[in-house]
Design a protein. Structure first.
Length: 112
């Protein structure tokens, strides 16, 4: 599915000479963050992994894990893309960043 999505988007971008093409899912994600603000996560350590669980995502829960903070950060960004039906290859276009401080094992993610 992700491969087909990438090919379809690249074809559309090529046909439009890259002018004005933005995948609908990126637009949806941008609108979500503009309306609702950042997505907050709480963390738990269990069995050598750090588990990140969203606390206020309006369409359900986003849950992911990582062996360390860097891997968890990467996996959270990928999980947010997945929640909006975007493959991880759109990470640069999405511009998701960590905007919260690591206070009491909580972080927030929003668009750059």
């Amino acid at each position: 599915m992700a491969f087909l999505k990438i090919i379809t988007d690249q074809l559309a971008k090529a046909l439009l000479d890259g002018k004005g093409f933005v995948p609908r899912e990126l637009v949806d994600m941008n609108q979500y963050f503009r309306r609702n603000g950042a997505i907050n996560f709480e963390f738990k350590k269990e069995g050598g992994l750090i588990i990140g669980i969203s606390t206020d995502f309006r369409y359900g829960s986003i849950v992911t894990t990582g062996k360390n903070a860097e891997e968890l950060d990467k996996n959270i960004k990928d999980a947010i893309l997945t929640a909006f039906d975007l493959p991880s290859s759109y990470i640069k276009e999405a511009g998701i960043i960590n905007v919260g401080k690591d206070v009491a094992e909580k972080k927030s993610y929003a668009l750059a």
